[in-house]
Design a protein around this ligand. Structure first.
Ligand code: PXP
Length: 242
């Protein structure tokens, strides 16, 4: 099975919000990414609405043919905004206002009691749930106990290994956690900080079904166009598993 590519279009909205105008339109970007072969579109509806807005999510749900995955914090405010839109997936992520981007995975061991009713509410609306977690066995086991459909492993630590340092220990953690998650019946995704240079070894992990990639694709799109940037990333993923 080829690894699916979910394209995160948040930073198209970041550019729009920098001017408070209507362009560039993230919905147009999502449709372009979809026609370039993206298997899914991801957006992060942050509490501070610094990039993606509620109207973006609503329109995306109506116009996309591929599944829409909405990342958000595990809060009642986020649920009020997201559940009525009924995206195919919700990925629960940790969120703080100060961070530039998501820092680390959810500590599901610590907050499982808080997550349980939120997951139940999402399931009651027929929304599949993924938890963004670090690749640690205890986190995976708790995610399985919470009866979510998927986990997304945080590849941020792997991506931060400075060029020249050995990524093997972090890759081993990703491999072992992926094996365990799959054994426990969870769909396995991964993402954060992946780019054309570092995506290969992660895409080659057999249990990983989907990668969520944003910054590298949108950054590259500024130079070569979004169609080319999505196709390049799909090709890099496909090459890694040949
Ligand atoms: N997965 C999750 C849960 C994220 O929060 C993000 C960033 O929004 C990504 C994947 C994509 O990360 P990047 O933009 O570094 O590719």
């Amino acid at each position: 099975m080829p690894v699916r590519l979910g394209v995160n279009i948040d930073h198209v909205a970041t550019i729009r919000q920098a001017r408070g105008v209507h362009e560039p339109e993230p919905v147009a970007a999502a449709l372009l990414a979809q026609s370039a072969g993206a298997n899914g579109i991801t957006v992060h509806l942050r509490a501070d609405r610094r990039h993606i807005q509620d109207r973006d999510v609503k329109i995306l749900k109506d116009v996309l043919a591929v599944p829409l995955n909405v990342e958000c914090a595990a809060t009642s405010e986020a649920m009020e905004a997201v559940i009525p839109i009924k995206p195919a997936w919700v990925t629960l992520v940790p969120e703080t206002r100060e961070e530039l981007t998501t820092q680390g995975g959810l500590d599901v061991l610590f907050i499982h009691g808080h997550l349980r009713p939120i997951i139940r509410e999402l399931h009651a609306s027929e929304i599949r749930v993924s938890l963004f977690i670090d690749p640690h066995a205890e986190q995976v086991k708790m995610a399985a106990k919470l009866e979510v459909e998927a986990v997304e492993f945080n590849t941020g630590v792997y991506a931060d290994v400075t060029p020249g340092s050995d990524p093997t220990p972090e890759l081993s953690r990703l491999r072992e956690a992926s094996r365990l998650a799959s054994k426990l019946g969870l769909k396995v995704l991964a993402g954060h900080g992946l780019n054309l240079q570092n995506v290969g070894p992660v895409a080659a992990i057999p249990e990983i079904e989907e990668l969520n990639i944003g910054h590298a694709i949108i950054g590259r799109a500024i130079l070569v166009g979004l169609d080319a940037a999505v196709r390049e990333m799909s090709a890099a993923i496909a090459e890694s598993i040949l």
